[in-house]
Design a protein around this ligand. Sequence first.
Ligand code: PNW
Length: 507
Amino acid sequence: MRLAVILGFTALALGSNALYTKQSRKFPEGFVFGTATASYQIEGAWNEDGKSENIWDHITHNKPHVIADQSNGDITADSYHKYKRDVEMMRELGLDAYRFSLSWSRILPSGFTNEINQAGVDFYNNYINEMIKYNIQPMISLYHWDLPQKLQELGGFANPLVVEWFEDYARVAYELFGDRVKDWITFNEPKEVCYHGYGATNLAPQLNSAGVGDYLCAKNLVIAHAKAYHAYNNDFKPSQGGRCGITIAVTSLEPLTDSDEDEAAAEMHRQAEWGLYAEPIFSEQGGFPKEFSERVAAKSKAQGYPRSRLPEFTEEEKAYVKGSADFFGINHYTSRLISANEYKGEHPVPSMYDDIDTGEFVPADWPTSASTWLFQAPNSLYNVLTHMHKRYSGPVLYVTENGWSTGEGLQDDERVQYYRAALEGALDALDEGVRLEKYMAWSLMDNFEWMRGYTERFGLYEVDFTSPERTRTPRKSALVYKHIVANRMIDHNYEPASLDITIDEGY
Ligand code: PNW
């Protein structure tokens, strides 16, 4: 007991000492702070003004039981009608930028460019213009998981023609909004699209084609990204002068012990989880990650498949994809410790996790959130930022999502603590020369959390989903984030006097 007290006291003393020096650190001049959302999660108006059905409308309407609270995004935060309030919240927070996604089926109801839905275009123009009016930079994700249902029926990302469909759609978006939008993200989180949607049943369209469909999706999605990048780079960047990149979810995957075996296991895990998408675009050699490709090829052969379940890139495709990003968007939430032999779960054969063949461990002392998968690990954002900086020779990095889930309630001290720790990690990484330029908190407000419905909340603002107005109320974290954005530094002693929030001069 005594020892614990002494140790605790020492840790506190060291901690506050460290804080003392750290508190004086400022985010660099021009650093961009924002928040992020996604179309299906906030817009609602699922069938209004010509929007067609997408895969999330389809799954929530046809299989409501797969959603934790049988809910859907039919109305959700109703941003389609409440977008002015959204921008008012951005002004209350003093944001420099806002990341949101376009609903493909709202702009192109058939999925193709034969018909452009003017009402959908008007909505995005209004949203963007309202941001521009207050000096808030719009950052657009072209695809945040809501494929037009018609395109899914044609195979979605398992059909190689998706690369054309996506390029056509991207060109329409650049043409319509590129005069005002200077940051384009082609895809949000390819692994979540491909593995969870095609290789498992964790997200729409729940194809459950484990170890096959997910890998077909991976190749097609990466090429679709490159197509949209080259379209921007060749035909729009010269006149519009923006940037185009991709957002990949990067979990910090560290070895459980310092053994060579565990290090190799952690690397195999990284190659599969995010390397499948990052390596073809950002690595020197291009193509899918080497050790993981060899592993899948060997396993496929042993399992009697005529060729690897993971398709290869041709040399031409490799060259086309390599370097196809002006920035690397990182969505970062959590960490896992990886073991070569311990903690192995049961996985279907074949499947990506059977191919990886490692164990995952989460120490009991990592704080837990409202989401089963989300733990707060020490230095997690720092680890990811420095890893990517070294691995890919210093690309421009944006954190395009980072956040913490709670239940309902405005006093969200755990979220405050999570954001402060993550942003200290960002400052540590900046000190080491990492080229991090932008940081988007997930999320501006509570929204439809996919399979978890409205049971987990990620918002800086709470949304009352029972009120017709979908009233948005700032949480404590909103005031703390506002303070960080305004002062460009993290004051660990700042306690908001109340949860009242107002728009400061200049916004
Ligand atoms: C993100 N991980 O997904 C999505 O982009 C959001 O739409 C979603 O609401 C948010 O997280 C919260 O769940 C994640 O590997 C994908 O740790 C992967 C991870 C975390 C979140």
